[in-house]
Ligand binder design. Sequence first.
Ligand code: FMN
Length: 216
Amino acid sequence: MAIGCKEHCHMKAILALTTAIAVIAVMGVSAMKDHAAPAPGSDALLKIAETRRSIRQYTSEPISPETISNIIAIAMLAPSSYGQNPVEFVVVQEREKLARLAACKRIGAPSVRASAASVVVMVDTSKGELWPEDGSVAATYLLLAAEQYGIGACWNQIRLRDGQRKSASREICELLGVPERYEVVCVVALGHPKSRLPPHRKEDIDFARLHMGKFK
Ligand SMILES: Cc1cc2nc3c(=O)[nH]c(=O)nc-3n(C[C@H](O)[C@H](O)[C@H](O)COP(=O)(O)O)c2cc1C
């Protein structure tokens, strides 16, 4: 039986509509997959925690802007008190500025001086009293993120450390033009590792530090 033009056009429209619905459904499912948690049993974070070591010597290879941005993005996803996101980051890459940054800590910060880039982790103290914790959590994410991208990293303590004339934190804020309400928790030095250190191993963890239910 011959199909008239009207029916033919009608069928084409239905076909186009169902195709569009199917495409949107598939896109929806894959978008959900993108946001799904890692499969149960995945040990990706365990591997990163095991292989991460404090790396203090680096090659002269620069870190790509994309990698730096990805590392900072992960640190910006860290939880914060009251959800205030009070932690901010200044990335220093110029050699001369890295040397001046390292000198803001009286006892020095050799890994900062040697780094390809150093990230000053600072917190807006007007956003809450838990700023040392907020800065520390973000810095920890930074260390783990660097490991994921194969970048060596080292925490350089700044909070409670002396500078040449004032606290190390105040001297860094002056060097970088940071307002007074900010405090620097640490500077994380980054670079391509000159050499790797042996990984930590889950097997070596001293589980006597774990107390279930009560301290014993
Ligand atoms: C709160 C904190 C402060 C630290 N301060 C410094 C520092 O000022 N300079 C430094 O070279 N390493 C510093 N480190 C790195 C530790 O020395 C290092 O994590 C520790 O020796 C264990 O070695 P690993 O990181 O290779 O596992 C610090 C680490 C933390 C968590």
